[in-house]
Design a protein around this ligand. Structure first.
Ligand SMILES: Cc1cc2nc3c(=O)[nH]c(=O)nc-3n(C[C@H](O)[C@H](O)[C@H](O)COP(=O)(O)O)c2cc1C
Length: 250
C-alpha cells in the first residue's frame, strides 16, 4: 500500500509559513484558556469532512510547538477516506482475534496508589456512560474495539519520532499533540489522544510507506463531535494543583 504514501487526501498543502496572511484570516477568536477548558477526549464523531483550509491551518498552528533545540522531531501521518477505512478494518480484525500487539515504544500501563485510583475513576466514568457494567465482558471488549474503529472519526493521525532521540525528546511530540488538540478546539474540532494506536505500528508503516526510522508513539482520532454518542457525556476531573505543583521562593 506504499503507493498511498504521497497521496494527500486533503488536496494541495499550503506552504508552512506561520505568518501567512491567508491562513490567519480564517483563525477563530477563542481564548487559549477557553480552549484548554473546552478540550476533552471525544469518542464519537460525525461523518463530516473538515475543510482543507482549516485542516492545514490547525497543523500549521501545531507546528509552532517548542522542541529541544528546535529539532521538531514529530512525524505525523493522517489517514482519512479509504486508507482510514482499511486501517480501521485491519486493526479491528487484529484486536478481535487477539493478535499480540507489537508496539514500537513500550507502555507499562500499571499504575499504583492514587494513580491507579484515577485510572479506575476514568474508566468507570466512561463505562458508566457507555452502559457497561463491571462484569460485562462483552461490553468491555466492545469498548476496546471502539478504539480501533477510531470512534468513527473521519480522521486518524499517528504521531511518532525517531527513537534514537530518546525519551526526553518524546516530550516534544506530546507538546505538539496538545498544541494540535487546542488548535482544533478553537476551530470546533474535537479529538481523542490514543495510546492504543501504538499497538500495530507495522500497519501504519505499510499504509504510509514509512521507510525512515520513525516509530509510532500514539494516535489522535479527530473530527466533529457527535453529541448524541453516550460516551461523549463523559467528563473527567482534576486534582487541586497542590497535588502536583510546588511553589517555593527560598
Ligand atoms: C497519551 C494518551 C493516550 C491516551 N490513550 C487513550 C486511548 O487509547 N483510548 C481512549 O479512549 N482514551 C485515551 N486517552 C484519553 C484519556 O483517557 C483522557 O485524556 C483522560 O481520561 C482525561 O480526559 P479528557 O481528555 O476528556 O480531559 C489517552 C490520553 C493520552 C494523553
Amino acid at each position: 500500500m506504499a503507493e498511498h504514501a504521497n497521496a494527500s487526501p486533503f488536496g494541495e498543502h499550503e506552504s508552512l509559513d506561520p505568518t501567512q496572511e491567508r491562513s490567519r484570516a480564517i483563525d477563530p477568536t477563542m481564548s487559549i484558556v477557553d480552549a484548554i477548558y473546552a478540550r476533552r477526549s471525544v469518542r464519537g464523531y460525525l461523518d463530516k469532512e473538515i475543510p482543507a483550509e482549516v485542516l492545514n491551518r490547525v497543523f500549521e498552528v501545531a507546528q509552532m510547538s517548542p522542541s529541544n533545540c528546535n529539532v521538531q522531531p514529530w512525524k505525523v501521518y493522517v489517514a482519512s477516506g479509504p486508507l482510514k477505512d482499511r486501517l480501521r478494518a485491519q486493526m479491528v480484525e487484529n484486536t478481535v482475534n487477539r493478535v499480540e500487539p507489537n508496539p514500537d515504544y513500550p507502555y507499562r500501563g500499571t499504575f499504583e496508589g492514587e494513580y491507579r485510583q484515577r485510572q479506575v475513576d476514568c474508566a468507570v466514568a466512561l463505562y458508566n456512560n457507555m452502559g457497561i457494567a463491571r462484569d460485562d465482558k462483552e461490553g468491555r471488549l466492545r469498548a476496546i474495539v471502539r478504539n480501533f474503529e477510531f470512534f468513527d472519526a473521519p480522521y486518524i493521525a499517528f504521531l511518532g519520532m525517531n527513537p534514537a532521540f530518546g525519551t526526553t525528546v518524546a516530550l516534544d511530540v506530546g507538546m505538539y499533540a496538545q498544541s494540535l488538540m487546542l488548535a482544533m478546539v478553537a476551530f470546533g474540532i474535537y479529538s481523542c489522544p490514543m495510546g492504543t494506536m501504538r499497538n500495530y505500528p507495522d500497519m501504519v508503516r505499510d499504509a504510509f510507506g514509512i521507510e525512515d526510522e520513525t516509530k509510532i508513539l500514539f494516535g489522535l482520532s479527530f473530527g466533529y463531535e457527535d453529541t448524541s454518542v453516550p460516551a461523549n457525556k463523559t467528563r473527567t476531573e482534576r486534582e487541586k494543583i497542590s497535588t502536583s505543583v510546588v511553589f517555593r521562593s527560598n
